[in-house]
Design a binder for this molecule. Structure first.
Ligand SMILES: [Mg+2]
Length: 479
């Protein structure tokens, strides 16, 4: 059986957002939706219906949905590009309707292209026609998009031959997320985060902070984030304490993933305060840089741990930027952090959509994203807390040729089979009476486990609140 052990790695990297730093998904997604809706109504003249609260259609949201921008459709596809489920606006399409759009085999040509060359489609011209909503920053777009398509159809008397909504949504995303807008104050998204961080960000648990320090003792560690230095400093200071930089041997901000991993021409830039100030003249450990590339990063990490052929692990939540790309272009191992694996009560509706089926499967077939996880990561966890609970030298069952589901780890290392069915998809299994009968006890056991989990989380939250002050003290001492 394939095994994963942190002690097998020399260099260990972390993404920041939704990995080391977790967001309150419910609050941040609702806020992003409202900010984007306001922009589209006020600046782009879309229907005021967009401003209706997200809650009524919350079940329509799911991470990983794909937009077919020309047809006004929202899709789930398989790894080979077959359309598994589709909606036009908010209305789900019948099998016949799906066939009328994508042919009897339900193969969407752009989906096939995306499957065959993920990185080419990610940023190329096709990305204007096929759009992935891959993380919690763009998850609200599926509902915005579908409400806009519904409004257009209602105004114009039916389904249109083509739609041109995406450029407006893109300009909204640029408006709220452009890095300069954090300091300039023109993004309501950044302004709200800055004013109410406790509503949108979680404090990283003390056990994860202790674990990061322990890893740094024997490995060269790095934080590699797409966030600009000012925003990263704001969020990481909130979650990890003011001396968050000391938790890593190297910090790289505005890394421009996924190109960071394969475009070796992009230089590391020196940072002074929150400003980039030109290509770095020398690369040093224990410094913060902006941009850069994976090849030059090795020169930095070697200063802590000289190695000719280091084993490198990267841990992140974005399945293209953090998992697929480092795995395929650099040969690094990865850990996928997927919150959907462990549904917390608070965010359950947002993390588990009934109308789109499980994140990991759809109508009994594996989803595009679970195939990426199983092929390109060693293990998948819902949060770093799961890893921090175990000793550094713990051996986890991992994804490998011999067993495809052994790499999923929630708080309970062995996922009961009812959960496997739930995570990996088997509506068919659940309909089988024998399985249903067998599953009842397991379901009861799952509920019992969930209760234990809730209790554990509430104890953990209380412990986290009590120890934030002492954690920051100890970080300050280390500085
Ligand atoms: Mg992230």
């Amino acid at each position: 059986m394939a095994k994963f052990n942190l002690n097998d790695y020399d260099y260990l990297g972390f993404d920041l957002d939704n990995t080391v730093l977790r967001y309150n998904v419910r609050n941040v997604v609702r806020m992003e939706y409202q900010v984007m809706a306001k922009y589209l109504v006020e600046e782009k003249g879309y229907s005021a219906k967009l401003l209706e609260p997200l809650e009524a259609d919350e079940d329509f949201l799911q991470k990983g949905l794909i937009l077919d921008c020309e047809n006004g459709n929202i899709l789930r596809i398989s790894r080979s590009g077959v359309v598994l489920r589709a909606a036009h606006g908010r209305r789900f399409l019948t099998d016949d309707e799906i066939a009328s759009y994508y042919g009897p085999e339900r193969r969407w040509e752009l989906g096939r292209k995306f499957s065959e060359d993920i990185l080419k489609v990610w940023n190329g011209p096709v990305s204007l026609k096929l759009r992935n909503l891959l993380d919690y920053f763009d998850m609200p777009v599926s509902l915005l998009y579908s409400r806009i398509v519904d409004a257009i159809d209602a105004e114009r008397g039916g389904v249109q031959a083509s739609y041109n909504v995406w450029p407006d949504i893109l300009s909204g995303l640029v408006q709220i997320y452009t890095r300069e807008h954090f300091q300039s104050g023109v993004s309501e998204y950044f302004n709200l985060l800055r004013e109410h961080p406790d509503e949108y960000l979680h404090k990283t648990s003390p056990s994860v902070i202790t674990w990061l320090k322990e890893l740094k003792r024997t490995k060269a560690t790095f934080l590699l984030t797409g966030s600009n230095i000012d925003f990263a400093d704001f969020t990481a200071s909130y979650a990890l304490g003011n001396n968050w930089r000391d938790l890593f041997d190297s910090v790289i901000c505005f890394a421009r993933k996924p190109a960071f991993f394969f475009d070796h021409q992009r230089p590391f830039l020196d940072v002074s305060g929150y400003e980039e100030c030109g290509p770095a003249k020398s690369l040093q450990i224990n410094k913060v840089y902006s941009q850069g590339n994976a090849k030059d990063l090795m020169e930095i990490l070697k200063q802590k741990k000289p190695m000719d052929n280091p084993n490198i692990l990267y841990i992140g939540d974005n399945l293209i930027q953090d998992v697929f790309t480092p795995s395929t272009t650099c040969g690094w191992d990865t850990v996928a952090v997927i919150e959907e694996l462990n549904i917390r009560q608070d965010d359950e509706k947002l993390l588990k959509s009934t109308c789109w089926d499980s994140y990991f499967s759809c109508s009994g077939q594996k989803s595009f994203w679970s195939e990426i996880i199983e092929k390109h990561s060693r293990i998948c966890v819902p949060s770093l807390d799961v890893l921090a609970q175990k000793p550094i030298d713990y051996s986890y069952p991992a994804f490998g040729d011999d067993s495809e589901i052994n790499g999923y780890h929630n708080h309970y290392v062995s996922i009961p089979s009812i959960l496997e069915a739930q995570f990996l998809g088997s509506a068919a299994n659940r309909r089988n009476p024998r399985d249903t009968k067998k599953s009842f006890k397991q379901l009861r056991s799952y509920r019992y486990q969930q209760e234990i989990l809730r209790e554990h989380r509430s104890n953990e939250a209380a412990a986290a609140a009590a120890s934030v002050a002492s954690t920051e003290d100890s970080l300050n001492k280390g500085h």
